[in-house]
Structure formats: structure tokens, C-alpha cells
Ligand binder design. Structure first.
Ligand code: SF4
Ligand code: SF4
Length: 300
């Protein structure tokens, strides 16, 4: 069983309790315009190009089997349209100017990395988190990996947008200790505008998850000009509180670190130059969220 992975992050302290290894699966079923991991949106491998690191050695042109990298009039050219994402050029580019995002890995290969930190999971109350992208776009691989992690006695968590069909979650939940899911926008039409899909299934799945008794927490990325209003955050917080049983509600401030990735993928960045909401706004939203949810609220 193979999956497409963009990154395996060891010693993560952000993706659940304790020290964790987070496995980022490629592919997503939403298209959030603020995504700070744009390289995870498509499930296929993609070449990321950093021309400022290029020394002009021409190695990539010589190994490219599809003619996507060429030299014309002494200058390097790249055609993303005909690039197959084979990765041959990235393998031969010693300067880091070309990086292939997304590699096929077997469950065993991922486990090799996970098991290196087994002692840290045990001592810190941590474990393994599957994230993305959206991990449910590779449901068979996710299930196979979770089965193997659980068989090793390691705790598991999911970071999900809750937009997969419910039967996918039903197949994964017996193998999962904690579900961390997003409610990004409460207004249905605004959700469709900014993420490409309605939020109806997200909300329905959230209600179903809460009834299972599984440990979960709710999070909202706070995006300037999109959902950083008291009305939006208040409505989401109230819904999160109405589910009953969430550990806490978390506001995740906008992360501008994806800018260089948009440039490397040569794709438009709707939030170019944007900054996280000011501290005063974040404090006020936290206060509103506490009042409307009746739950502890964290800001991350
Ligand atoms: S292999 Fe790397 S450094 Fe050499 S020309 Fe290609 S992109 Fe530039
Ligand atoms: S990833 Fe493969 S097809 Fe694409 S430019 Fe590199 S060598 Fe050519």
C-alpha cells in the first residue's frame, strides 16, 4: 500500500498533545484561498521552482524526459503544462532550486520514520498525527497506516476539514484517539466562496462525530477579511459549544508563511502580503468565542 506524502515532520508540538510525528498527505477536497500549504492541494507530485538558487548548470535540462525544462536563447525555461512530476530534475539539482513536492511511500517506509521517536511519544503523551492537505483524500492508505501505528501501541490523531463522506470517517475512527477538525466559516455561501465547497457536510459530520463519544476539538483559522468578525467567530463558537464534549475551541491566526510556496508553484496567492489579525482583534474574538461556546478557547 502506497500513499503520496509531502512531508513527515518529527518533534511537532503543534499537531496534538505531546511530542508528535505529523504525516502530511497530499491532496485536498477543498480549495481554501488562504491555504498556507498550497503544495498539498493537488494529489499528484508537483515541482517547486526556486530560480534564485539556480546556478545554470543545465543538469535538469539534460535529464528531463518530457522536454519540460529547456534552454532558449541562453535562458532556462520550464513548462509546468508538460511536466509530468517525475522528479528526475530535482534529483539532479544539487542547489535546491528544484524540489519535488509529493513522493510515493509505503506504509513500511513511513513507519520507519515514525518508530524512530517511539520513546518520545511515550514520555510526552504524544503520538502520530495524520494531516495534509486533507488526509481523507487517501482513505485506504490512511487506514492502513493508522492500523499499523495502532498495532505498535502508539496514539493517533487526525487533522481534518471534515468534508469527506461520513463512511470514510466511520472506517477510520476505530483507529483514532483524537480528531482535530476545522469549522472555517459558518455562513454557507461565504464558505463556498472561500473554500470552493458548501459547509453543510462539515457541520453534519461534526454532529455525527460528537455523538460517537470520540475525543475531539474544534479549530478555526482566523483569516483577515474573511471570518475575523465577531459575528462569524461567535456563530462558529456557538455551534462548537452546542456539539457537547469538545476538549476546547481553538482560533488559529492566519499564517503568511505559504507565500514562498505560491511563488515556487507559480500560482496566484490571493492573500499575498496579508498579515495575521492584530492582537486586539484576536483578544476580542477569543472573548466572544468563550462567551458563545461556553468552552475554553485557545489562540494559536
Ligand atoms: S539543475 Fe538546478 S542549478 Fe542546475 S540548471 Fe537546473 S535548476 Fe539550475
Ligand atoms: S519533474 Fe520530470 S518532467 Fe518535470 S521538469 Fe523535472 S524532469 Fe522534467
Amino acid at each position: 500500500m502506497k500513499g503520496i506524502i509531502t512531508e513527515i515532520e518529527r518533534f511537532s508540538l503543534r499537531d496534538g498533545p505531546g511530542i508528535r510525528t505529523t504525516v502530511f498527505l497530499k491532496g485536498c477536497n477543498m480549495a481554501c484561498k488562504w491555504c498556507h500549504n498550497p503544495e498539498t492541494l493537488q494529489i499528484k507530485p508537483q515541482l517547486m521552482v526556486y530560480p534564485e538558487k539556480c546556478l545554470g548548470c543545465g543538469a535538469c535540462v539534460r535529464v528531463c524526459p518530457s522536454g519540460a525544462r529547456t534552454i532558449k536563447d541562453g535562458a532556462l525555461h520550464y513548462s509546468r503544462a508538460i511536466c509530468t512530476g517525475c522528479g528526475a530534475c530535482a534529483n539532479d539539482c544539487f542547489t535546491g532550486a528544484l524540489i519535488l513536492s509529493g513522493r510515493e511511500m509505503t506504509v513500511e517506509e513511513v513507519m520507519e520514520e515514525i518508530l524512530q521517536d517511539r520513546a518520545y511519544y511515550k514520555n510526552s503523551g504524544g503520538g502520530v498525527t495524520l494531516s495534509g492537505g486533507e488526509l481523507t483524500t487517501q482513505p485506504e492508505f490512511a487506514r492502513a497506516l493508522l492500523e499499523t501505528v495502532k498495532a505498535e501501541g502508539i496514539s493517533t490523531a487526525l487533522e481534518t476539514n471534515m468534508h469527506a463522506p461520513w463512511h470514510v470517517y466511520e472506517s477510520l475512527l476505530p483507529l483514532v484517539d483524537l480528531v482535530m477538525f476545522d469549522i472555517k466559516i459558518f455562513d454557507c455561501e461565504a464558505h463556498r466562496k472561500w473554500t470552493g465547497v458548501s459547509n453543510e457536510r462539515v457541520l453534519e459530520n461534526a454532529r455525527k462525530l460528537a455523538k460517537t463519544g470520540k475525543d475531539f476539538l474544534v479549530r478555526t483559522p482566523v483569516i483577515p477579511g474573511v471570518n475575523d468578525s465577531q459575528e462569524e467567530i461567535g456563530n462558529i463558537a456557538e455551534f462548537a459549544g452546542s456539539l457537547g464534549g469538545a476538549q476546547y475551541y481553538e482560533l488559529l491566526l492566519f499564517n503568511p508563511l505559504g507565500e514562498s510556496k505560491y511563488q515556487a508553484l507559480q500560482t496566484d496567492n490571493h492573500f499575498e502580503g496579508a498579515s495575521p489579525s492584530p492582537v486586539k482583534t484576536a483578544d476580542r474574538l477569543k472573548q466572544i468565542a468563550e462567551e458563545r461556546s461556553g468552552m475554553p478557547v485557545r489562540v494559536g
